[in-house]
Structure formats: C-alpha cells, structure tokens
Design a protein around this ligand. Sequence first.
Ligand code: IPE
Ligand code: IPE
Ligand code: MG
Length: 242
Amino acid sequence: MGLHVGIIMDGNGRWAQSRGLMRTQGHLEGLKAAKQIVKAASGMGIDFLTLYVFSTENWKRTAEEVGFIMGLARQYLKAEFAFCRENHIRVRHAGDLSGLPPDVAKDIADVRGDTEAFAGMQVILALNYGGRDEIVRAVNKALAGGAGAVAGAPLEINEQVIAEHLDNPDVPDPDLIIRTAGEYRISNFLLWESAYAEYYISDKLWPDWTGADLAEAVDSFQKRERRFGGVNSASRGAGVSL
Ligand code: IPE
Ligand code: IPE
Ligand code: MG
C-alpha cells in the first residue's frame, strides 16, 4: 500500500493539566503513546510515519519544558534501537539538526546511521522542524550546490529543485495528516509536502491515542476520494457530450 502518514501529536500539556499534573508528565505519557502508535502502524500498511515531535516554534516554551523534551529525546533515541532492529524500522530525521543540543543531534545521527539498512517502515522524527525553515534550507542548499544552473544562465529555482533539496527527498509526500487534541491548524508541519494530503482531526489528546484510533483514521482516509485537481472518474463520463 505504501502509505505515508504524518501525525501532529498535540495535547500532551492539556492531558497533564486536566489531571492536575505538570505539563512534563504529559510529554512522558505522549512518548508512551508514540511508541504504541509506531508498533501499531507497522502492522497497518503504513510505510512512512512522520511524527511531529518538536517544532521550530516550540523553543518559546519554558526552559524546563524544553529541557524535559530534549531529555526524553536523549533517552528514547538510545533505548529503542533493539525495537527498531526487531521490527526492521528505519529511523530518520526532518528538521534542522544544527539547532539542537549537540548530544541530541549526535544521537539522531547515530540512530539514523544504525537503522539505515532496515527495510521496514520508516519513522521520520520531525524534531526542531518547521515547514518554512525546511523550504528555506532547501533553497539555500540548492543555491550552494548550483542546482539547475545552466552555463551562463541565472540559477533557476523550480518545484523539482526545491523537492530534491528537502530533508528527505526520497520520502513520498504524506497521504494523510492527523492532528490530535482538536486543533484545526497545520502549525508549520510539512508545508511543502502536504499540498494534497488528506486531513484527519481527532478530539482525543495525544497521550490517549491508541492503535485503534490510528486504524480509524486510516479507515477514514481509505474512503476519501482524492482528485489532485482533476475530476473523478464518475463525473468525467457523466457530462453532456459536446
Ligand atoms: C504536543 O503537546 C507536544 C509538543 C508540542 C512538544 P503540547 O505540549 O502542545 O500540548 P498542549 O497543546 O499544550 O495541550
Ligand atoms: C505543534 O503543536 C507541534 C508539535 C506537535 C510538535 P503546538 O502545540 O506547538 O502547536 P500550536 O502552538 O498549538 O499551534
Ligand atoms: Mg499544543
């Protein structure tokens, strides 16, 4: 099937606050949910799963909260290698590695390298990721590499040039983007890649998400009719012929 599903894992803070807990506790529960969802997804015909872990705007939060999330990343990236190996999961990264604490950036580079040959599902961790930032970095990479330059002519940026310089150019565009916690916005996630993605919004908070919720989202997606700007097959044949 080869589906690419992206998830904006939102609502950790609300989950914790509604229980009188610290927001950080919500992130811990959110990590547990993410692990469950990765397990469930690999049995669902999903080939690519992009998880929005931390946005380029999330640095606005308190040092305590940001520090806690980076700490979880440190712990998780090292601890899950055995799971990835057993399940042939390839871990990749989207976002600006250079803006992360050096040890976190190294852990990401390590797990990316260690799982590179695994041919199962690909899990792309969007960490210090912003869609606008990715596009700007892509354009700069293209300019630095002289992409599209024809001798004597000015460098031309076109869609193909940008697409080829995104963080993971070989990963297909997302088919389905899920957002939890009932917010109807994109919050700078996969702006370029999501041009024709289908959306699924769930009111449930991320720590409450289970494999059954993912199955429901995929099921809803399967019933959609994607037209990519064209017309569907039924209406194509139904018009009055001129
Ligand atoms: C999503 O949950 C996790 C991150 C953005 C890191 P939030 O922390 O945004 O949770 P809410 O939206 O405040 O409930
Ligand atoms: C989006 O959630 C980012 C992640 C889930 C990592 P936010 O909670 O940061 O988004 P806003 O601020 O509600 O738009
Ligand atoms: Mg949020």
